[in-house]
Design a protein around this ligand. Structure first.
Ligand SMILES: Nc1ncnc2c1ncn2[C@@H]1O[C@H](COP(=O)(O)OP(=O)(O)OP(=O)(O)O)[C@@H](O)[C@H]1O
Length: 276
């Protein structure tokens, strides 16, 4: 990506990537934090586009502004410059069709699994209808939690809790999932299983996903494209299309193509520093 194309004026429609109308456009976004004694320049100038149904993974050294970028995309914080467009509309605040999934699950400990899934509906509509309950139960089954709806968060494993969050986000009707290290706290086997689950749900529900991860293998396994960010102030320094066929299988991780792609990403990261 060259910086001159990153610094052009922000207009809709943005230049197309040539594939079709993007669902998400990040155009020349920059951000500094000025609250502390010394201003911190978190993001330099970031531009990217995500097509409907695409899975894009963001990798980069610690502190390179990945979470900041995700929060700007989700309308949780405002950039100093540049714009974000979602489905053709400028993003100024959290959009109901975007869902966040973080490493910490933020489940309400006093509510059951089902009631946690229903919480955003309850907040939004002020009440929960039978149809919402039905749909929540269907989504719990979809994420592999059939029969667990009456449990409380303390009775769940980390993977199960993340599945509840996934069901909650899907019930909310999110089309774009913004995922910030969602499986970072899970053990390796559970993480692998969650990756497969996510891909299965992505296939069934045609979601678009922008995910921050610290794992090169996870990024390559999940993504259609991997974006690599520089050290702070973050900018995108490399992008790698992942041409592995779908559906992806664990066996692919032992294959030559997977090895080649992860090595390529590792080289890009080697040029900008270490991941953590
Ligand atoms: N609210 C804030 N106020 C001040 N500085 C902030 C704030 N949020 C983030 N930063 C700073 O901005 C920089 C980028 O932070 P960010 O969390 O986006 O990086 P990251 O790439 O997601 O890091 P990590 O991989 O470690 O999670 C860091 O130096 C961080 O200290």
């Amino acid at each position: 990506m060259n910086s001159s194309s990153n610094e052009r004026a922000v207009e809709w429609p943005p230049p197309s990537s040539g594939v079709g109308q993007p669902l998400l456009v990040v155009d020349g976004v920059g951000k500094s934090f000025t609250e502390g004694p010394t201003p911190i320049r978190a993001l330099q100038t970031v531009s990217l586009q995500v097509q409907p149904g695409e899975i894009v993974c963001l990798l980069g050294p610690s502190g390179s502004g990945k979470s900041t970028l995700l929060r700007i995309v989700g309308g949780l914080i405002r950039p100093d410059r540049g714009r974000v467009w979602f489905d053709g509309q400028p993003v100024q605040e959290p959009h109901p069709s975007m869902g966040f999934i973080f490493q910490s699950t933020n489940l309400m400990p006093w509510r059951t699994v089902l009631d946690n899934v229903l919480l955003p509906v309850e907040v939004q509509k002020g009440r929960v209808e039978a149809r919402d309950r039905e749909q929540a139960q269907e989504l719990l089954a979809l994420v592999g939690l059939d029969g667990f709806s009456h449990l409380y968060p303390r009775q769940l494993s980390g993977g199960m809790a993340q599945r509840v969050v996934l069901a909650r986000t899907l019930l909310h009707g999110a089309r774009l999932l913004l995922m910030d290290e969602p499986f970072g706290a899970l053990d390796a086997l559970t993480r692998e299983r969650m990756n497969l689950e996510l891909l299965r749900i992505h296939r069934l529900q045609a979601k678009t996903i922008l995910m921050v991860t610290h794992s090169i293998a996870e990024a390559v396994f999940l993504a259609d494209r991997v974006l690599v960010m520089s050290e702070r102030p973050g900018r995108i320094v490399a992008q790698l299309p992942v041409d592995l066929p779908r559906p992806r299988t664990i066996d692919m991780m032992a294959g030559e193509a997977f090895g080649r792609l992860t090595l390529q990403v590792r080289r890009y990261i080697g040029e900008v520093g270490e991941l953590d």
